[in-house]
Design a binder for this molecule. Structure first.
Ligand code: HEM
Length: 197
């Protein structure tokens, strides 16, 4: 008790504050310190993998390990349709402005039953530009689109560039043996990678 009252006396003597005021200020300072420091990441923590919740379920889905994207090269629209998520051994691909993106990470959106499954395996520039889900708009025809449609499309393109790996380009329908071979290699490599996960 003697020690406690000495501390209280010393605090009042040196700070001129009542013990209650002193401890309140000290506590608030600590809170401010914690809040500010929590806004920064220490250099040691920066490279650590993200912490994944041990809980599983719809709200706390455990993230699947990120797969390296495999380059597909050139593909026709007919071939692209095979990558619509119905075959789980294949990636889900989408084309925007002729560039093919591997959107497998967004399987919840594009896989069977997803809200945007109608875009999977398709060139969907027109639909995105017009914000349309109509089957007749799910193609790469940009005719008749105005400036604002094209701006919307560009915004979508940036979103895809940012979020998904670009794995190839759409080409006109005639196939060459070389394209066929490169796609076979692509699928083999993709399946090989998935087996290794
Ligand atoms: C009632 C209207 C709509 C609502 C409430 C809605 C809602 C959403 C939400 C919540 C997301 C997820 C955003 C995120 O966290 O990444 C999303 C993504 C998306 N939406 Fe919509 N949306 C609507 C209309 C549309 C329309 C008209 C289109 C195109 C025709 C569209 C295409 C997409 C696409 C492509 C994604 C991106 C999925 C991805 O990240 O890969 N949405 N939408």
């Amino acid at each position: 008790m003697g020690f406690y009252s000495t501390i209280i006396d010393e605090i009042s003597f040196y700070t001129g504050l009542s013990p209650t005021a002193f401890f309140t200020i000290a506590f608030l300072t600590f809170l401010v310190y914690r809040t500010v420091t929590s806004m920064f990441v220490s250099p040691q923590d920066f490279n650590k993998p993200p912490v994944v919740s041990a809980r599983s379920g719809s709200l706390f889905e455990v993230a699947e390990p990120r797969r390296e994207a495999v380059e597909v090269g050139e593909m026709t629209e007919t071939e692209l349709r095979l990558y619509n998520g119905s075959d789980k051994s294949k990636p889900i691909l989408i084309s925007v402005k002729g560039q093919i993106y591997d959107v497998s990470e967004g399987r919840n959106f594009y896989g069977p039953g997803g809200s945007y499954t109608m875009f999977a395996g398709k060139e969907c520039s027109r639909a995105l530009a017009l914000l349309s889900f109509k089957p007749q708009d799910i193609n790469g025809n940009l005719q008749g689109l105005d400036e604002s449609d094209l701006t919307i499309l560009e915004d979508w393109e940036y979103k895809f560039i940012e979020k998904y790996p670009k794995v190839g380009q759409l080409v006109p329908e005639q196939r060459t043996q070389q394209i066929e071979q490169s796609q076979e290699d692509y699928l083999n490599e993709y399946q090989q990678q998935n087996r290794n996960l």
